[in-house]
Design a protein around this ligand. Structure first.
Ligand code: PMP
Length: 408
């Protein structure tokens, strides 16, 4: 590479100084570097479908380009996109939302970020049940808030209980994050479990719910998914449902997500959007309309694949001495308890003292990349992905089993 070396002394803002780069991004970079250096790696860190975007959706994107639909749209998306989101929300929740309730962004991630930016002042608290998706605490911190991490237990399926919620609420609480199906555990709340949380929230009118349901279509229980808002009763107006097309339709790179909730909040998000990116990509919006309203067979087919991969991963990891996979009800990750490896001695003579050690050792010894539980606020676990082929899952489990067999 050529170029001039820039030696400017850079001073980041306090906002940036208090957050870290996403551990998933770091893991992906590490895999890329090792592969570039010629080391074959079995990558089980992947947080996006390995399937291609469905043909009809790609065609809609191409048609939008050809038809010149390549200009700015309204801040809150094209009327067609808003209609598609309203129809999807009606189908999923039975609730009819109006246009003023819909915000769109460059992925669900950006919508969550804007929701925090639109609501948090210094010292405001956001309850984040752990294990959590890596980005929530940092997004809260970046927007001057304080994440309040509430540990959940395996005994409650890694779900927030009414008691734990009640105990975490303070006069500064603005939000509680409820992510289902959850990343990384795959936890899905039943209607009764949502109602238990709602009962607590009824007494706290200033606490809102950020229901991140980006994996809602990917479920393995055979029961229909219950969106939080559909069971929210009297707190319904305080729920922001976040969703998008990334996971359900294998459209991660198209960057299109949405939030559905109170018009006042949506207006604030739209103001931020108008001053930051104006609108999400017009081409992606056109493709998302077809994803949301067109033939849905891609979902049925991909979920069947995820289900058999889940079963395979749970079986194979479960057979390995010292590992105990948590069976996910949805999403595309398997969270694995690796406490049985901690304290064991490697062939090189070092003792594995943490999930971080286990993860690094697996990368070195088994050439398998997984992400340490600590990144999700949960020690002694690692996260594997089933958004990869059966062969990769088999090969990964085999390599891990062989490496584990060398531990003393
Ligand atoms: N929420 C969760 C729980 C996720 O895992 C992700 C993607 N990793 C997102 C939101 C964001 O997805 P996107 O921005 O692609 O819509």
């Amino acid at each position: 590479m050529s170029g001039v070396t820039n030696t400017a002394a850079f001073r980041p803002s306090a906002r940036v100084a208090r957050i870290r780069e996403s551990p998933s991004t770091l893991a992906a970079n590490r895999v890329r570097e090792l592969r570039a250096a010629g080391t074959p790696i079995i990558d089980l860190t992947i947080g996006e479908p390995d399937f291609d975007t469905p043909r009809n959706v790609k065609d809609a994107g191409i048609a939008a380009i050809e038809a010149g639909r390549t200009k700015y749209t309204a801040v809150n998306g094209t009327p067609e996109l808003r209609a598609a989101i309203r129809a999807r929300m009606l189908r999923a929740s039975g609730i009819e939302f109006d246009d003023a309730s819909i915000a769109v962004g460059g992925g669900g991630k950006q919508v969550i970020y804007m929701a925090f930016a639109a609501t948090l002042d210094p010292g405001d608290e956001v309850i984040v049940p752990s294990p959590y998706w890596v980005s929530y605490p940092d997004m809260v911190l970046a927007n001057d808030g304080t994440p309040v991490i509430v540990d959940t237990a395996e005994a409650t399926g890694f779900k927030l209980t009414p008691e734990a919620l009640r105990a975490a609420i303070t006069p500064r609480t603005r939000w509680v994050v409820v992510n289902a199906p959850g990343n990384p555990t795959g936890a899905v709340y039943t209607r009764a479990e949502i109602e238990g949380l709602v009962e607590v929230l009824e007494a706290f009118p200033d606490v809102w719910v950020l229901a991140d349901e980006i994996y809602d279509e990917i479920g393995f229980t055979g029961r229909p998914f219950v969106p939080f808002v559909a069971a929210a009763g009297r707190v319904r107006d305080r729920v922001l449902t976040v969703n998008g097309v990334s996971k359900s339709y294998a459209m991660t790179g198209w960057r299109l997500g949405y939030g559905v909730g109170a018009p006042g909040l949506v207006r604030a998000i739209n103001i931020l959007q108008s001053q930051s990116s104006s609108c999400p990509s017009s081409v992606s919006q056109a493709a998302a309309v077809v994803a949301l309203t067109g033939d849905q067979s891609f979902i049925t087919e991909s979920v069947a694949r995820y289900r058999s991969r889940r079963d395979l991963a749970v079986d194979r990891f479960g057979e390995i001495d010292g590992l105990r996979p948590i069976v996910p009800d949805g999403g595309f990750y398997v969270f694995v308890d690796c406490s049985g490896l901690i304290g064991r001695r490697t062939a090189g003579g070092t003792v594995l003292t943490s999930d971080q050690d286990v993860t690094m050792w697996l990368l070195d010894e088994a050439r398998v990349a997984v992400i340490q539980g600590a990144a999700y606020g949960s020690d002694a676990f690692f996260r594997t992905s089933i958004a990869t082929s059966e062969e990769q899952i088999e090969a990964g489990a085999r390599a891990i089993a062989e490496a584990v067999a060398t531990l003393a």
